[in-house]
Design a protein around this ligand. Structure first.
Ligand code: SAM
Ligand code: SF4
Ligand code: SF4
Length: 337
């Protein structure tokens, strides 16, 4: 039956850190900037999800969208569309971000914490807050045994830095052993993972690597840690793991931060390095806060547009697939309206 629905609410689940917790919605409503609040204690008690309650509560939210009485977080959301609705109790997209610690300190990133000091008296409390607020493997195991997780589900890792989660390789191995082959890992690529290498060999893992620079000097300005050589060394090892039927993406990503990395020279060098080290794709974005604060000044929009055009041309020249992320797409839309 065709009706008003939100595909995201209907199909996904988001595992966040303790401060946000588990949510139904993996996106923010761009019209009001609101994210979904934590699901209730009745649904998730801190350890286990009551799946009957989970779907019961979710169905209520979907009913409200259908009846034009959505909760405030969903009002006028771009994700609400007229589409075929099925109340199948299956999750097809999982966002995994329970960990917040990171070994980088990107100038544009608001969502990370410093690695913990094991000797600190608060270590265990902090560990529970920003590294392992709940046992994610146990929850996924529960979903599999109850046939809730679609076998083709997309498993999307973000954070924080996923590879710093002490059980990261165990988690990846668990997913591979259970046949999941649509795993995407967002990483800064500083920490090498044997499990990622195995997943690339099995054609089950794609990487989205945030590099944001072409030169060592600029990389250090954006990331604020010395890691340029390590990142490319690791990338080279991963790209060597590809077999000839690899159909995933080894994508390098560049977030433009004006005044720091917004030059054609850096973008050109970034694409050259990506090609040299075996990337299959490159992606471009501009950092979120800029679009929120710039009031769409014509000069800045034109500058971003011309960098994006240069990036596309040079990627084609180097025979790399390219992607423009939504913020850059938005720049094009703003210039054309
Ligand atoms: C939060 S990071 C987590 C995963 C991993 N640490 C990484 O850097 O890829 C996920 C993605 O969000 C991007 N990101 C973080 N903060 C951003 C911001 N303010 N604007 C645009 N992209 C951002 C990063 O570049 C990265 O590609
Ligand atoms: S309508 Fe928007 S805010 Fe509401 S659940 Fe869907 S994506 Fe999230
Ligand atoms: S590497 Fe990722 S999580 Fe860490 S600071 Fe950069 S964008 Fe944030």
């Amino acid at each position: 039956m065709q009706c008003k629905v939100c595909e995201n609410l209907n199909k996904s689940i988001c595992f966040n850190a303790d401060s946000i917790g588990i949510t139904y919605c993996t996106l923010t409503n761009a019209t009001n900037g609101l994210g979904w609040p934590k699901i209730s204690k009745e649904v998730f008690d801190g350890n286990k999800i009551n799946w009957d309650k989970f779907f019961e509560e979710r169905d209520k939210e979907i009913e409200n969208i259908k009846n034009n009485t959505p909760r405030k977080e969903c009002e006028n959301c771009q994700q609400i569309q007229i589409a075929e609705y099925s109340n199948e109790k299956k999750i097809k997209y999982v966002l995994l971000s329970p960990w917040q610690i990171c070994n980088s300190n990107c100038i544009y990133c608001l969502g990370h914490e410093l690695p913990l000091d094991k000797k600190s008296p608060n270590y265990m409390v902090d560990y529970k807050k920003v590294v392992e607020p709940y046992d994610i493997i146990e929850i996924l195991q529960d979903m599999i045994s109850k046939n809730i997780l679609d076998k083709d589900a997309k498993m999307d890792f973000a954070g924080g830095e996923p590879t710093l989660y002490p059980r990261f390789d165990e988690l990846i191995d668990f997913l591979l052993e259970n046949g999941f082959n649509n795993i995407i890992i967002h990483t800064n690529n500083i920490q090498y993972s044997k499990a990622i290498e195995k997943g690339i060999k099995k054609n089950a893992i794609s990487l989205m690597i945030s590099i944001d620079a072409g030169s060592k000097k600029c990389h250090e300005k954006v990331k604020r840690v010395k890691s340029f050589d390590k990142v490319w060394q690791n990338f080279k090892k991963y790209s060597k793991a590809k077999t000839k039927d690899y159909s995933g993406k080894l994508c390098t990503k560049y977030v433009i931060v004006p005044g720091i990395n917004d030059t054609e020279k850096e973008i050109k060098e970034f694409i050259k390095q990506s090609k040299k080290h075996g990337a299959t794709h490159v992606a471009l974005n501009v950092y979120n806060q800029l679009l929120n604060n710039m009031n769409y000044e014509e000069n800045l929009l034109r500058h971003l547009y011309s960098l994006a055009e240069f990036y596309k041309e040079f990627a084609v020249k180097e025979k790399l697939n390219y992607t423009l992320f939504p913020n850059i797409e938005y720049v094009y839309t703003k210039l054309l309206t």
